[in-house]
Design a binder for this molecule. Sequence first.
Ligand code: NDP
Length: 213
Amino acid sequence: MTILITGANRGIGRALTEAYRAAGETVIATARTPAAGEIALDVADPASVASLPDRIGTTAIDLLVCNAGVYLDKGQGMDGYPAQMWAHTFAVNVTGVFLCIQALLPALRAAKGKIAIISSQMASQEKAPGGSYIYRASKAAALNLGRNLAQDLAPEGIAVGIYHPGWVRTDMGGGAADISTQEAVEGLMARFAALSPQTTGCFQTWDGRPHPF
Ligand code: NDP
């Protein structure tokens, strides 16, 4: 199986890369600033995304994990939330997700692959405790994007799942978070394996529970 992961250099993306490689899978690990074994991909730069298919050649992709994300408005007061923060967050968390999927569709079609979008519990409309307006709106948009893509790609047999990875101890999640990257990744890998045309459009937690929309 060939898996392409965005934001593979640290956090959940890196842990996914290591776990899939340990399981013998081929991982195209992409990163904004690539180290050895990584391919350059800045999901917020349309030219970087557009050049990716040429750079990976004819490789068919069985699983695309749209993992790269930013959470810039943690702890903002009500007079915060500058327009530039909105623009950059949406460029990474929403536009970046769409452009990567669009660019990689031929490679996904070649394998009848699957798409996993890492959203967040903060995408939920039902649980809306306030605050973090930019991140919440971006992750809600990513969820919406995934649900609509699931419809459009169903006739081609390409399944799309949207996931809350848990509250994970990474740079973004912080040291007080609930679970380790290893726990998150173990759960997410099981979810991705179970993703199918029957479950396309699902919004699930890392441990397999349906998440309220
Ligand atoms: P980290 O902050 O640890 O890592 C974020 C990753 O995204 C880094 O690899 C970073 O690369 C990459 N990234 C950011 N901007 C870009 C860009 N423009 N192009 C390419 N890559 C980029 O976060 P996590 O690992 O915790 O988060 C991974 C995903 O999980 C995110 O989508 C996040 O929103 C989601 N999530 C995380 C939760 C948690 O508790 N940790 C909870 C819910 C959702 P670089 O090093 O170059 O900045």
